[in-house]
Design a protein around this ligand. Structure first.
Ligand SMILES: Cc1cc2nc3c(=O)[nH]c(=O)nc-3n(C[C@H](O)[C@H](O)[C@H](O)COP(=O)(O)O)c2cc1C
Length: 210
């Protein structure tokens, strides 16, 4: 009887995911590999991205955390290469990205509608979202990681806060006044064997105190 109770407790602990942190699951090693293999890719074959793959990439992007769960993002996907040059007008790196299969423009509404913090039971009012930049960084990285997981390549290219990069995008895409083009991410099949950088630096870690 006592043995049965111990056995049951052990099974319950396993079912509850009670395992040593130092032993990664298969899933953990796949995730770690994807994160550590991510790299900026700036040379593409010109092949297009299948629509269902693109949807998966965008789904990963939108799974990002978001302050107050406001989710300020909207995403514009370009597959028509004639539109690329307008989007990259203010960016000296443009030529490198012309052969990407798609260009994803990650946009953010800098405002949102909700009752104010001072009057939580009051009416919804339009207000500034102070956390939109943080959210967009998370969205962008999620997208890059999904791209890596699909064996594709991408490069985060800065848009916000450079006015010369944002202006042509605002105009050509017809963005609403409160929406900012945050980043432009060309995605494609890489031409070269790009290697990730090893950025681990133990000296940047401080335990308990700086
Ligand atoms: C905020 C941000 C803006 C960036 N802007 C550009 C850019 O405009 N053009 C570009 O070629 N790469 C850009 N990059 C990519 C960086 O150059 C790249 O991440 C960095 O060199 C590290 O290399 P890795 O991504 O391969 O690890 C940007 C990256 C970040 C995070």
């Amino acid at each position: 009887m006592k043995r049965n109770v111990i056995l049951l407790a052990a099974v319950a602990m396993l079912a509850a995911g009670c395992c040593k942190q130092s032993e990664p699951t298969d899933n953990a090693s796949v995730v770690m590999q994807t994160i550590l293999n991510r790299k900026s890719v700036r040379s593409y074959t010109g092949d297009t991205i299948a629509a269902d793959v693109m949807q998966q990439l965008l789904k990963a992007a939108m799974a990002a955390p978001s302050g107050r769960d406001i989710r300020p993002w909207s995403i514009v996907v370009l597959t028509d290469k004639s539109q690329y040059s307008t989007v990259f007008e203010g960016n000296f790196n443009m030529q490198k990205f012309m052969e990407s299969g798609a260009v994803v423009i990650l946009c953010a509404d800098t405002t949102f509608e909700a009752p104010s913090r001072d009057n939580p039971d009051g009416p919804a009012i339009r207000q500034v979202n102070h956390l939109w930049r943080d959210d967009m960084g998370a969205v962008t990285e999620n997208l890059l990681l999904a791209v890596e997981a699909y064996g594709l390549g991408a490069c985060w290219t800065a848009c916000y806060p450079y006015e010369d990069r944002m202006a042509p995008i605002r105009t050509s895409l017809g963005l609403p006044p409160t929406v900012v083009p945050y980043a432009v991410v060309p995605i494609g099949v890489p031409t070269t064997d790009n290697q990730p950088k090893d950025k681990w630096d133990a000296s940047r870690v401080h335990y308990e105190k700086w």
